[in-house]
Design a binder for this molecule. Structure first.
Ligand code: CO
Length: 483
């Protein structure tokens, strides 16, 4: 495989080539015991890691326009008594089935148009529910989640698609259920945004059986693009980055909706704080402009609210280039860094401080510390300060001491989201493991890495898959083993 590269490529060009290979489709569905293991699987590591991401980047050779628009392919890695079993399966969404049968792109997406020019796209605002962003097990159901529609329910034993789920009657047909819920005190909190030109924010809470505890709706004045949310015992928090959208070229079929997004760095970013109690009163605070997809954690302390979020000074557009094998521009990658904000509702003030120098993505914390003041934050970061492009290291930030532990890969390995898995008898916040799916661009193959969450420089186990898994999005852990 190393012959792929000519000797005269720079290190950055080489990285781009190998990163780009992670956008090759994985059309196959597998189910097998993982038999190539370096190190070991701790016997206490008992349960299932589910992961979601795009598996197909073209339909019958026709490329999709944006990596957010590909069909969701869910992986399940079952850990049982020191062994691991891998399986992956496409979510049989309506769009997946119809496009596979037709052999062409039938739906518009965030950054995808149907072929045939504007006439083929005019007034078509129906996106494909790609079921590709996250996968969670809650209330006895496994959901493949996508922020613009209902979740798809899957059978956790074999990943077969059961169908669209209305969450025990919670969701009306036009309502959506985001891919970024927060779970606090065994309560599942999620949101959905409906509409494009006139939007509403719908927030819901579910008990541990998946039944509705609360559901309330908030009309929105300005255009919002909420991908993630935060929650504390008393508040829901949303970050409204300064976008406006001019939807006419989208409606007329000339542009994708992504091309109609305008990020305005001269406008403030708004922090929307909504009470979880009473009438769910809303307060809006303003801060300097920034954009970011993902938040870390939020908590309350001494009458104030604290939150962590990734702050970037631009919105990454023209992502089509990422699907071109040779033309990825690492300077176009999100350049977000992790910041901590302090909100004082009584005085209506916001202050903020930067936590790390490196670019980062996919922050995670111990699930029992969601909504509480925590010590440790895990995330993908660049290997060095000032480097751009793909995030090839994982950082554990100790917020109290400022110590930073780094697990760093060689130049052509690309780790995905670090998922925190609690030790079943654990007490301390870092009793557990970090697991990440690593794409090896040279071998065009993936492996799972198990790190000790106390010291993430320690590799406990490497579990080699027989094939590659494309760069993915999000996943979650459940201590349940499904046989
Ligand atoms: Co996300």
């Amino acid at each position: 495989m190393t012959n792929l590269l000519k000797d005269n490529l720079t290190e950055t060009q080489e990285r781009i080539k190998y990163w780009a290979r992670g956008y090759k489709s994985q059309p196959n569905e597998y189910s097998y015991e993982i038999d190539r293991i370096e190190g070991f699987i701790p016997t206490e590591l008992q349960g299932t890691l589910f992961r979601n991401g795009v598996g197909l980047f073209e339909i019958n050779g026709e490329k999709i326009g944006h990596p957010f628009d590909g069909d969701g392919m869910v992986c399940a890695i079952t850990f049982n008594q020191g062994k691991a079993h891998f399986k992956n399966r496409y979510v049989r969404t309506e769009g997946y089935l119809k496009e596979q049968e037709a052999g062409e792109i039938l739906y518009r997406g965030f950054g995808t148009q149907k072929s045939g020019g504007w006439l083929a796209n005019i007034f078509d605002t129906k996106f494909k529910n790609a079921a590709n962003t996250n996968v969670m097990y809650w209330g006895g159901k496994l959901w493949a989640m996508w922020e613009g529609g209902h979740p798809h329910q899957l059978d956790p034993k074999n990943l077969e698609t059961i169908g669209l789920d209305d969450v025990n009657g919670l969701l009306e047909s036009h309502e959506s259920f985001s891919a970024h819920p927060r779970i606090i005190d065994n309560t599942f909190i999620n949101f959905g945004v409906t509409g494009v030109t006139s939007q509403s924010l719908v927030i819901s809470e579910l008990d541990n059986r998946g039944n509705k505890l609360k559901k309330h709706s908030h009309p929105l004045k300005d255009f919002v693009f909420f991908h993630d949310m935060l929650a504390t015992p008393n508040y829901y928090i949303f970050i409204q980055h300064p976008f406006n959208v001019s939807p006419l070229p989208f409606l007329l079929g000339f542009k994708t909706i992504e091309q109609c997004f305008n990020y305005n760095p001269k406008q403030p970013t708004k922090i929307i704080v909504i009470s979880r109690q009473g009438n769910h009163d809303m307060e809006i605070l303003e801060t300097e402009s920034f954009f970011g997809f993902h938040h870390g954690n939020a908590w309350e302390k001494d009458g104030k609210i604290y939150l962590e979020t990734i702050c970037s000074n631009f919105f990454p557009k023209k992502k089509q280039a990422e699907l071109d094998f040779t033309q990825i521009d690492f300077d176009e990658f999100p350049n977000g860094k992790m910041w901590e904000f302090e909100l004082n509702l009584a005085e209506q003030t916001v202050t903020r401080k930067q936590l790390i120098e490196r670019r980062c993505e996919f922050p995670s914390v111990h699930p029992n510390w969601v909504g509480q003041e925590h010590s440790y934050l895990y995330m993908n970061v660049n290997r060095t300060v000032g480097e751009n492009g793909a995030l090839q290291a994982i950082m554990k930030l100790d917020k109290k001491s400022g110590e930073k532990q780094i697990w760093s890969s060689t130049s052509n390995l690309f780790p995905g989201e670090p998922v925190f898995i609690p030790h079943p008898q654990g007490i301390a916040e870092d009793d557990g493991w970090i697991i990440s799916m690593v794409y090896d661009g040279v071998q065009h193959q993936s492996y799972l890495i198990i790190l000790d969450a106390k010291d993430i420089t320690k590799e406990i186990g490497k579990l080699y898959l027989k094939h590659h898994i494309p760069h993915g999005f999000h996943g979650t852990w459940t201590p349940e083993v499904f046989n």
